[in-house]
Design a protein around this ligand. Structure first.
Ligand SMILES: Nc1ncnc2c1ncn2[C@@H]1O[C@H](COP(=O)(O)OP(=O)(O)OP(=O)(O)O)[C@@H](O)[C@H]1O
Ligand SMILES: [Mg+2]
Length: 329
């Protein structure tokens, strides 16, 4: 198997995606840390694994750890390991992720959540290639390439004194920023097709009948806050729910929680008009205004999308916006 096969495929054709891929290929063979920035579901983990499998280190371990899943003490012992008796419950010596990833790549996910103390230890390892297990006193040499990911603006965090500037300088040898899906809508059809075909195979159906025109357009118009992971889920759901495998996919459910029986949250309840407080008409208008405002925000003030979200025609929406011109602007 060659390394290109080991590295999971990434699909996309948009200019920003191709640019990012080129950046990734140039960066992969270097023995330098990489920082990956991107919204949830944009493919940060996939990029980290490609960086590893397209590098000289591909035959050695690729380990990942989500820094947000552990409290500080546990994270330290996970990352750096501990000697027997280092703390209550540490009955045996244990190697940490850094040691186990020796010669390979360590992917630190959600790096922004780490404490300053952990950041300082990480910095020491990247500077000197040496670590000490908790409760240990002899330095252990490690050769690990660090790839870290976050969806938080680290320079800003550093400015606020919540992230070590020296570690940031060190990790940010180069930064790959993944564009959100709504900024590269050309990729939506290719990705949708890719996930659809995978699902068809999984369900052992014969062929993929395609999406209806309206369904394809709905996929394009949606804003995809959960990015590629969300697209994958939406497409897979649409395929398995379609009843006739010969017919194009017509129904797309974006929100699986949508139901008339969905419990109403406390926050939403209190924004519902309460009878008796104001005139009936005023309450209805307030409610209409808040629905319009929410929908506008959700569609990033694109009026066609807003109309669609509310199930109104474009002209109807324009009518409402004129009616509430003062309140909404
Ligand atoms: N370009 C792509 N082509 C094919 N599949 C992709 C692509 N980008 C991401 N995916 C898939 O989308 C899903 C989410 O990707 P991944 O887990 O790498 O995102 P992430 O940025 O790490 O998300 P999170 O911030 O939530 O951890 C995975 O199933 C991944 O395989
Ligand atoms: Mg991830």
């Amino acid at each position: 198997m060659d390394t290109e096969t080991l590295a999971a495929r990434m699909i996309g054709e948009s200019a920003s995606f191709l640019q990012m891929q080129e950046h990734l290929s140039r960066l992969a063979p270097l023995n330098k840390p990489v920082l990956i920035i991107g919204e949830r579901g944009t493919g940060k983990e996939l990029v980290a694994s490609r960086l590893h499998y397209l590098s000289q280190r591909w035959g050695y371990p690729f380990l990942k750890i989500n820094c947000a899943s552990f409290n500080e003490a546990l994270l330290e012992s996970q990352l750096f390991g501990h000697e027997a008796g280092a703390f209550t419950g540490a009955s045996k010596q244990q190697k940490g992720y850094f040691e186990r990833a020796d010669q390979g790549t360590l992917f630190l996910d959600e790096l922004a959540t780490t404490s300053m103390a952990v950041q300082e230890r990480i910095l020491r390892i990247t500077e000197y290639g040496e670590l000490e297990r908790l409760g240990g006193n002899k330095p252990i040499e490690v050769d690990v390439r660090l790839v870290a990911a976050t969806n938080i603006d680290l320079p800003e965090l550093a400015e606020q004194g919540k992230f070590r500037q020296d570690l940031l300088d060190r990790l940010a040898f180069d930064v790959i920023t993944l564009p959100p899906l709504r900024e590269r809508i050309e990729d939506i059809p290719v990705l949708a097709q890719h996930f659809a075909i995978q699902m068809i195979k999984e369900l052992e159906r014969e062929f993929f009948p395609g999406f209806s025109k309206t369904a394809a357009k709905e996929l394009l118009d949606y804003s995809w806050p959960g990015n590629i992971r969300e697209l994958k889920n939406v497409v897979e759901r649409a395929i398995y729910q379609s009843e006739d495998p010969q017919e194009p996919i017509r129904t797309i459910v974006f929100d699986p929680f949508e139901s008339p029986y969905r419990p109403v949250s406390q926050g939403k309840k209190s924004s519902m008009p309460r009878p008796g407080e104001k005139e009936f008409k005023q309450q209805v208008q307030d409610f209409e205004i808040s629905l319009l405002q929410d929908a506008l925000r959700q569609s990033q003030f694109n009026q066609r999308k807003t109309a669609k979200l509310l199930g109104l025609s474009y002209d109807q929406l324009r009518g409402y916006l004129r009616k509430y011109e003062k309140e909404i602007n």
